[in-house]
Design a protein around this ligand. Sequence first.
Ligand SMILES: NC(=O)c1ccc[n+]([C@@H]2O[C@H](COP(=O)([O-])OP(=O)(O)OC[C@H]3O[C@@H](n4cnc5c(N)ncnc54)[C@H](OP(=O)(O)O)[C@@H]3O)[C@@H](O)[C@H]2O)c1
Length: 331
Amino acid sequence: MFNALVMDKDEESGLASASVRQLTLDDLPHGDVTVAVEYSTVNYKDGLCLSPKGGGLVRAYPHVPGIDYAGTVEASSDARYKPGDKVVLTGWRVGEAHWGGYSQKTSAKADWLVPLPDGLDARRAMAVGTAGFTAMLAVMALEDHGLTPDRGPVLVTGAAGGVGSVATAILGHLGYQVAAVTGRPETGDYLKSLGATTIVPRDELNETTKRPLESETWAGCVDAVGGAMLARVLGQMKYGCSVAAVGLAGGAALPATVIPFLLRGVNLLGIDSVMQPYENRVRAWKRIATDLPMEKLEAMIQPAALSDLPQLGADILKGQVKGRVVVDVNT
Ligand SMILES: NC(=O)c1ccc[n+]([C@@H]2O[C@H](COP(=O)([O-])OP(=O)(O)OC[C@H]3O[C@@H](n4cnc5c(N)ncnc54)[C@H](OP(=O)(O)O)[C@@H]3O)[C@@H](O)[C@H]2O)c1
């Protein structure tokens, strides 16, 4: 027997609710690898999957959410994995269309897993989670397009959130000047402790402007917000520099002009963590192990248990989660 957070749908109301239930191995879907999950986390998508209508992501009920997890292989029919191996999983619609990580046991396709790199245990891997993994992908994309610390300050939007916190810590560690945009002034000290050099109030960038170009300010940007803020940032980029578009916390529309692309050679780089090829996943997790200062990661951790998840899911949808929630599924 093992515990899992199961979402059941009430047929009458059509709404789903979550409860911690005891299941058996026979309940697990078929997969190449059975994993004893140790830790999971809470992402915006988890908040959607935990909501009564499943956020349009959950395909069928009963459902076990949790879009990422880390743990130990218990059994494997795939030669790449053996019992005792430490693994991490993000993406592939796990926790949305497939059984997720809010469970003490799970099964997965071997192709979906990544071996944990040296220097990263399961708890820290989930302090990083999909948000941190995506932040690393964004930094790698900016570097691949020429970003170096001497080119100038890098903007991080949604900085006190999961992606933003880890992006701030990685960039600070790599020697960048980091301007952290936040709508929560009380997180200023926290963001500075992570590596931010300047705090930019959200309102300064949320206002729309009719000017397609403003003064050239940023050498790079990790954008978790999208919407009007991303449109504004595009007009403030330095010549030939890039924005990594990661999220839509502020909206999916992009009310921008093409002028920054045409007159300043600005690049807008799309970042997708879900279908990311295996080689790049391995590269990103290795970079996380070396370039994310672990003591700063520890400072971001907010511990939680399976039973805390319904509330945390609601909190993250309201933008009220700071840093990284680490869910110990065995408590
Ligand atoms: N591309 C991918 O593969 C991928 C992977 C993971 C996440 N994402 C997306 O990236 C985004 C961030 O994810 P996360 O896990 O970091 O979420 P999160 O922890 O909820 O952080 C989002 C942050 O955005 C800011 N924010 C929220 N509402 C806003 C608004 N209306 N206007 C401006 N800023 C706002 C807040 O930061 P402050 O309080 O500091 O202002 C909030 O903490 C989400 O949209 C998520 O879906 C994409």
